[in-house]
Write a protein that binds this ligand. Structure first.
Ligand code: GLN
Length: 451
């Protein structure tokens, strides 16, 4: 079987299913075929991901391949360089099939904030695939691509992975370069893999992790062998289960699936106990202040001059800025820019932004303390299963609460994976395993033993 065969199979599958699922914003048929031909004829030693068809979230820049962030603002943006992760995938010899739908600028949890169209959940086309990496999750779940890349600022890899019944890994902050990831909230954003199983996640992580001098927050650490961590053995592993993640708002069936998973771990020789992460209840509030503040600053670059779409016939410079931004950004993006600008303005900075930063430190400390006693923290990934398209669009606060179990992980900068753990009313439930900083090996080992 040749790479060309794999690529044709992927194109065929996309052709058959994407009319309904709409995971893709752009399929790069020509580019994929070219890459396949090149790999088939090269005599080089095979890369780690040789020939595997991959999908890329549309906020990761790809040279010459349109990168829109699912925003009208970037509807015509063709990047002139590749993100570091794209260069690394090329070295590993996977094949980029195209760009995947998302919530505009990664703000959202359902893909309904895409400026172009929502993506549908392959398990039930009436339901959302989650978000913001919803296209990335749906595409893998529907078998269109072998794996995809997403980004996770507050849950955007793990939550859609949970809703679509696949595996999603958010690495430790700094492990994977953010160079070429269009910034949403720079102190929280991380790129990671969405895959069918844990072994694939280990391989993709192996390919994309590593220090990058072009990202000043990139960690200069040795990259261990992730694949060899998958021993199947969790004997003696100490698991903490935060009561704050198992209480109010968690669907009883989801909770039951998580308890079953814990019994499975017990049967394999791990031990678990209930713990407390007492500052969790402030995580969502502080996240939406911090993420929006950073977003308001990051998105200031979209001014109608340097990138993307420009308003026509502006009367003057201010009019150009105002109209480009009014026309280019969607409702949720505007909401966050306003919230963030407000939180950062003098007079409110101390009351909101600074306080949120202090809470972030307390949340980080909760994790540090827990990890003195436990190897892993386990929770549901999301409180519920995938909801219906349209059900929550007019209710941003309910939407924000979907991330209650994933957000603290980004605030603390630690790694976490979502693995499928059964069904509730026929829809997939996700189990979240959270690890110590840079201890992806333990996270992957436990997830692999469980799945
Ligand atoms: N749903 C969260 C938000 O809207 C998380 C998004 C993300 O991780 N990119 O901010």
């Amino acid at each position: 079987i040749s790479v060309a065969d794999l690529v044709e199979e992927s194109l065929k599958r996309i052709g058959e299913t994407d009319g309904k699922i709409e995971a893709f914003l752009a399929v790069d048929e020509e580019g994929a075929r070219k890459q396949a031909a090149k790999l088939d004829s090269s005599g080089e030693e095979r890369g780690l991901l040789f020939g595997l068809p991959a999908g890329i979230k549309d906020n990761i820049v790809t040279e010459g391949l349109r990168t829109t962030c699912a925003s009208r603002f970037l509807a015509n943006y063709d990047p002139i360089y590749d993100a570091t992760v794209i260069q690394k995938l090329r070295q590993a010899q996977s094949v980029t099939m195209g760009k995947l739908n998302m919530d505009e600028f990664a703000m959202g949890g359902s893909n309904e904030n895409s400026a172009f169209h929502p993506t549908r959940n392959p398990w039930d086309l009436e339901r959302v695939p989650g978000g913001s990496s919803g296209g990335s999750a749906a595409s893998v779940a529907a078998g269109q691509v072998y794996f995809s890349l997403g980004s996770d600022t507050g849950g955007s890899i793990r939550q859609p992975a949970a809703y679509c019944g696949i595996v999603g890994l958010k690495p430790t902050y700094g492990l994977v370069s953010r160079y070429g990831l269009v910034a949403f909230a720079s102190s929280l954003d991380q790129i990671g893999p969405l895959t069918k199983n844990v072994e694939d996640a280990a391989y993709v992580l192996q390919a994309i992790a590593g220090h990058d001098s072009r990202d000043s927050t990139s960690a200069n650490v040795d990259i261990p062998d992730y694949v060899s961590a998958l021993t199947g053995d969790v004997k003696g592993l100490r698991i903490g289960v935060p009561k704050e993640y198992m209480g109010q708002g968690i669907d009883p069936q989801v909770k039951e699936r998580v308890l079953e998973a814990l019994r499975t771990f017990e049967a394999m020789g791990a031990v678990w106990e209930e713990i407390s992460l007492p500052h969790s209840e402030y995580a969502v509030a502080s996240y939406y202040l911090l993420a929006s503040s950073e977003a308001s600053s990051n998105l200031a670059r979209f001014d109608g001059v340097r990138y993307g779409v420009r308003a026509e016939d502006p009367a003057n410079l201010l009019d150009l800025y105002r109209r480009s931004r009014s026309e280019g950004f969607g409702t949720e993006v505007k909401r966050r820019i306003m919230l963030g600008t407000y939180a950062l303005s003098s007079g409110y900075y101390d009351a909101y932004y600074k306080k949120a930063q202090q809470v972030r430190t307390l949340i980080k400390r909760d994790f540090d303390q827990a990890f003195e006693k436990y190897d892993l923290i386990v929770s549901p990934t999301v409180p519920t299963t995938a909801f219906k398209i349209g059900e929550q669009v007019n209710d941003p606060l309910t939407m924000y609460l979907n991330d209650i179990c994933t957000i603290p992980v980004n605030l603390a900068g630690v790694p976490a994976i979502s693995v499928p753990c059964g069904l509730a009313d026929g829809l997939p439930v996700g189990l979240q395993l959270i690890g110590k900083p840079f201890d992806e090996r333990t996270v992957l080992r436990a997830a692999h033993a469980f799945e």
